[in-house]
Design a protein around this ligand. Structure first.
Ligand code: MG
Length: 366
């Protein structure tokens, strides 16, 4: 099975409700789709979101990176040589973690198709069902409470609440949601780098003293402020999870050695794909630290890859934030992963099992 071409498309999926964090507001998923063609007729699929304020990758940079930099290195390579292909992708350029991840997803899809097994089995196997939380966007208190109650009624048992815009109001937001869903849902808090270290400790002390039990606090401070993250971790009882502080393997090793975080949020788009995500999960396991498998605003191709990885590494990846498909108005992809609100389940079709992508528009490159 040799790679003969790499084509790109654009997939637009409207969201049910705008996605709002401390950094941005988005009302549709608009992702680059990667199609890797082979001489056997098999096609591998990948997906890349643009997340300029987090990874720095934009639609233009993603298309250029894949078409001009990565693709020429991969043409003619044999899919059975997975390690060689992955090395070529990772060595093709510095940074650009999202396009690297999108191409890797398509290559792993093909590699599993080559051996006629769903991807999670090729990654080690496991029970092919996973539970995800859903994101509650930052908004007026009443809107956030209403969104939280309706998420619980849709069957979500874990809510990820976005805060980080205004600390005083953030504390009130969390207290109100906690009062509305207490006993029916676990709460995760994601401050998206919006607080200073001292603000984070103050807010968590207020919440902890008020009896608001949180499963975790995600990335309270700037991603580059690892010392600040450790400052918070050392002073609050709630487990602290690193997201924007934990991009690649080396970042994670530094966090683990400093004991700056209690949990690591792995995202394929931050670490450059499945190969590095496996490394991060395995290294974290060696330190006895649990991980979450997360996603950017992605639809059900790259999120499916995350689900396969999460299943295969469940002993370390104990939490999932794979809510892109649940936030979308519809699922445009027919694949082997079924997204049914909180429950994600994987079927037996080889690779990612993708048969159709509705509304895919091919991109003319060059
Ligand atoms: Mg986050």
């Amino acid at each position: 099975m040799k790679i003969t071409d790499i084509k790109l498309g654009m997939l637009r999926v409207p969201l049910k409700t705008p996605f709002k964090t401390a950094l941005r507001s988005v009302d549709a998923i608009e992702d680059i789709i990667v199609l890797i063609e082979t001489d056997s007729g098999h096609v591998g699929y990948g997906e890349v979101p643009q997340t300029a304020v987090i990874t720095g990758d934009t639609h233009g940079s993603i298309v250029f990176a894949i078409d001009r930099i990565i693709k020429p290195r991969l043409l003619g390579m044999d899919v059975a040589d997975l390690n060689g292909i992955v090395r070529s992708i990772q060595a093709s350029m510095e940074h650009n973690t999202s396009p690297k991840a999108g191409v890797e997803i398509a290559v792993y899809d093909l590699w599993a198709q080559l051996y006629n097994a769903p991807l999670y089995k090729m990654l080690g196997g496991g029970d092919p069902v996973i539970d995800t939380n859903i994101t509650i966007s930052v908004d007026y208190i009443d809107k956030m409470v209403g969104d939280s109650i309706s998420a619980v009624e849709r069957g979500f048992e874990t809510l990820k609440i976005k805060v980080g815009k205004d600390m005083g109001l953030d504390i009130e937001r969390v207290k109100a949601i906690h009062a509305a869903v207490d006993g029916r849902a676990l709460l995760r808090l994601d401050a998206n780098q919006g607080w200073t270290p001292k603000e984070a400790v103050y807010a968590m002390n207020k919440l902890e003293d008020a009896g608001v039990a949180l499963e975790l606090l995600e990335q309270p401070v700037k991603g580059s402020d690892v010392a600040g993250l450790k400052y918070v971790s050392d002073r609050v009882l709630t487990p602290v999870m690193a997201d924007e502080s934990a991009f690649g393997v080396i970042d994670v090793i530094e966090l683990l050695q400093m004991r700056a975080a209690d949990i690591i949020n792995i995202k394929l788009m931050k670490c450059g794909g499945i190969s590095n995500a496996i490394r991060i999960a395995d290294i974290s396991a060696s330190y006895g630290i649990e991980c979450m498998i997360g996603c950017m605003l992605e639809s059900s191709i790259s999120v499916a890859a995350g689900a396969h990885l999460g299943v295969a590494k469940r002993s370390t990846i104990t939490k999932a934030d794979l809510d892109g498909p649940s936030l979308s108005a519809y699922d445009p992809v027919d694949g082997n992963v079924t997204f049914n609100e909180a429950e994600i389940s994987i079927g037996d079709a080889p690779g990612l099992g993708i048969r159709a992508i509705r509304g895919l528009e091919m991109i003319e490159v060059g």
